[in-house]
Design a protein around this ligand. Structure first.
Ligand code: UD1
Length: 420
């Protein structure tokens, strides 16, 4: 097991470039299966979730060349429509493969996916979306068999705007003759990026970013060269890291227009946040001010993936604030660790009430999911003394060399191999 060791008290300063977005990269990798031609993806984040998706593509028979941030995928010789069981269980995004595999083979088999333990995370919306396109689905012992021989374009209405289900249906419908419409689609920016990618392959998708997405099926898709959008959650986490230390940083290549909810909350905490094109400059006061309420919502609301980092910030802010988690039912699992460090957080169901304290104290704590692990690192940056965050591998799922990026900004953080 690897752990991060943080010596708190360093003020972060400097400039960093934001990497490609995990949540854009993963569905785009899945969408590579839609064409037999080569696809070149540039500026991809070098994180473990991307590596696992590459493993899945390879096991399905794709040729993948992975060199740093560039990935070339050729799905010409893909010969398998059964998702590898062990890998599917490791990564929730494996469910994205259903749509593209159905598009290529008209049948697919997948095990219930895994991923971060942040809630029940069912896949009923993915399956209902595919059923609306004529897919016949049988579930048996945790395995889902999809028969797409009668697939057709259609009307999909989601009860809830699920990000993954919206993306799955977009990919499944890209080559179905006729027009597919998705109603109550998720509006996350990464869905706009996926639309751009499918269209670069020769697809005809429009409306992403709005609640109605229309897909005109084309006969076939071809290769493309694509760079995914930068990661708004990584950018937000770095801003939060600077904010919790009273620091001053600049981010370049930031998706500023997709970060209004995050930046607004940081301003409420008395940070000076300036957006200049794709640059964001943040200057934080010595002590943050508590915002009264933060509620997570689907985009353009405040992103759930930034909630726990804000919980860490609120822990040391002046005053009392409330966070309501509306997207996932189990996303305050790190409050206990923050309290061990001296925070005063009271959780009840989907609500956390936080009374800001002057000081956090270093402790040995445990990352339980990707964003929670990052939030504990932020708390460690502010804490007096040494904080050890176990299970660094969970953070590696979505942050590329997190300790290196923070060190570049002046943090005292290193990675160790710890005894379990
Ligand atoms: C994506 C993101 C994840 C982010 C989440 C919400 C990727 C790879 N991951 O996850 O980082 O936290 O959006 O912004 O893009 N739900 C159902 N049934 C379903 C699908 C979802 O009930 O079939 C529920 C989930 O349990 C959850 C909510 O809908 O409570 C949101 O999930 P969804 O939007 O699907 O998130 P993901 O696509 O899994």
């Amino acid at each position: 097991m690897e752990s991060f060791v943080v010596q708190g008290g360093k003020r972060l300063e400097g400039s960093l470039r934001v990497d490609g977005a995990k949540n854009a990269a993963l569905p785009i990798l899945a969408a590579c299966v839609l064409t037999g031609d080569d696809v070149l993806l540039r500026g991809m984040p070098d994180i473990t979730d991307v590596r696992r998706m590459i493993d899945i593509l390879r096991m399905l028979g794709c040729r993948v060349i992975h060199q740093g941030h560039d990935i070339t995928v050729s799905a010409r010789d893909i010969g398998c429509c059964e998702m590898p069981d062990a890998l599917s269980k490791q990564i929730r995004s494996s469910i994205f493969m259903l749509g593209p595999i159905l598009s290529r083979f008209r049948r697919a088999t997948v095990t219930y996916p895994g991923g971060c333990e942040i809630g029940l995370r069912p896949i009923d919306l993915h399956l209902s979306g595919l059923r609306a396109l004529g897919v016949v689905i049988a579930e048996e012992g945790g395995v889902i068999h999809c028969d797409g021989r009668q697939m057709h374009a259609g009307e999909v209405h989601f009860d809830y705007p699920s990000v993954g289900a919206t993306e799955n249906v977009m990919m499944a419908a890209a080559c179905l003759p006729g027009t597919t419409t998705i109603h109550n689609a998720a509006r996350e920016p990464e869905i706009v990026d996926l639309q751009g990618f499918i269209n670069a392959l020769g697809g005809r998708v429009r409306g992403a970013g709005c609640a109605t997405i229309t897909i005109e099926g084309v006969d076939a898709l071809h290769g493309a060269d694509w760079t995914p959008m930068p990661d708004r959650i990584v950018a937000g986490t770095l801003l939060a890291a600077a904010a919790i230390t009273g620091g001053q940083i600049e981010l370049t290549n930031a998706p500023t227009s997709d970060m209004t909810a995050i930046n607004a909350k940081l301003r409420e905490m008395d940070c000076d946040v300036r957006e200049e094109g794709s640059r964001i400059l943040l200057s934080a006061p010595e002590r943050l001010t508590a915002f009264p309420v933060l509620q997570t919502q689907p985009h353009p609301g405040f992103p759930t993936d930034m909630q726990v980092q804000m919980l860490a910030l609120l822990s040391v802010a002046e005053g009392t604030g409330v966070i309501v988690e509306n997207v996932f039912e189990n996303r305050f699992t790190h409050a206990g660790d923050l309290n061990r460090m001296g925070a005063r957080i009271l959780c009840s169901g989907r609500t956390a009430i936080v009374r800001g304290v002057d000081t956090l104290y270093g402790a040995r704590v445990t990352a339980r999911d990707l964003r929670g692990g990052a939030a504990l690192v932020l708390a460690g940056l502010r804490a007096q003394g040494e904080t050890i965050i176990d299970h660094a591998a969970l953070v590696d799922r979505g942050y590329e060399a997190f300790e290196r990026q923070l060190s570049q900004l002046g943090a005292d953080i290193r990675r160790i191999k710890a005894n379990t």
